[in-house]
Design a protein around this ligand. Sequence first.
Ligand code: ADP
Length: 420
Amino acid sequence: MSDHAGAGFRVSGLTLAFGLAALAALSILAMGQSWTVPVTAFSAAALTGVAIYLAFGAGHSATGESAGPHPNMQDLIPDTARDILDSIDEPLLLLDSADRVVFANPATHSLIRSDAMGKRLSSVLRTPELLESIGRVHSGGSAETVEFTMPVPIERHFEAHVSRTSGQLLLVRIRDVSNIRRSEQLRADFVANASHELRTPLASLTGFIDTLRGHAKDDPAARERFLEIMSSEASRMRRLIDDLLSLNRIEMNEHIPPSGEADVVTLVRDAADGLQPLADSESMQIEIEDRPPLWAIGQRDELTQVFQNLIHNAIKYGHSGGHVRVRFGTSGNGGADRERAQIFVAVEDEGEGIPREAIPRLTERFYRVDVKRSRERGGTGLGLAIVKHILNRHRGRLEIHSVPGSGSTFTAWLPAAAAA
Ligand code: ADP
């Protein structure tokens, strides 16, 4: 093929590459609007991969040049294509026939050193699964997807797609799937925990049904006692199902912040009124700081649930005969920049407190410091998970402070409404 014809092929290859690169840029722009960010990013990477193939792979073969020992990609990749490849937030690597890195976009810096160019991939990334896959594709295998894990500094899971762009070059597109794997694991754990929590009262109910049909059949006193227990086990199942449904509903709406306003002082008083009989049964006093209304941006029912759960816990795990105190306050800029102002509601008890190492885990579903005690007190292990999700939805947060032996303070922070 003449030089002239070769040059012509290369020019049309570049034109196509620019077209595809523009498509890829559109995909990247679409990412900001879409829920399918990883998928879009991956297809953007695919498009740019094709762009590289057309610009460089086809160019090489058309001009009769071999990729050579180390093609100078710097000269070959047009600036626009490079800008697009650099802007993709998923790692993208091009390797030559000797496995040397000839292109690496900035997203690869979280995986390999930024001076990896020209080095063999095996010297900068020690992941046997990926290197073996690259070896297979190099030696004629078809494109493949492989998973690998990087254990340090924190464990991350990746999926890499290895494909050939020409006889000499390999394109490696990498996707971080850690969040997907983590949520799969969380879902599996959650289903296992929820089934376990439901199975326990169910087993107790079936046990008592058998007993009532059997030797307790003609024993009215035993029957009364067993029916009492069965009723409390059934209530426990109902509470668990109610909490599971609440959690599900809140999670579904978590990405939509509430737009209403609510006076947290009134909501706390309402929540405390509902819990007064329980406090009385423990000879506890609920003391609510006396203050004028304090308005938060939020949804009344959900915020009531937050305060109910926190005050309920303060009674359950507080000091029998002691006090539960609720305080209010504000922080942040209350002047020109009012959106930033935050209000807080702090619920304090005089209970045993919480071991330091348990504090970060309290909002996990079904996590309890003392499972037996929680069950005895009618707990489901979901109360604080519900609190956390409601506060997340409200763009607020939960702070937990505890001194073992003297008590705990759970503080809910919420964005203040303009009237605060
Ligand atoms: P539960 O239904 O078990 O109360 P939660 O999600 O409300 O579930 O709380 C999780 C765990 O956090 C409880 O089981 C308990 O161990 C601990 N906890 C919550 N609130 C308090 C508190 N005020 N004082 C001490 N421990 C608490």
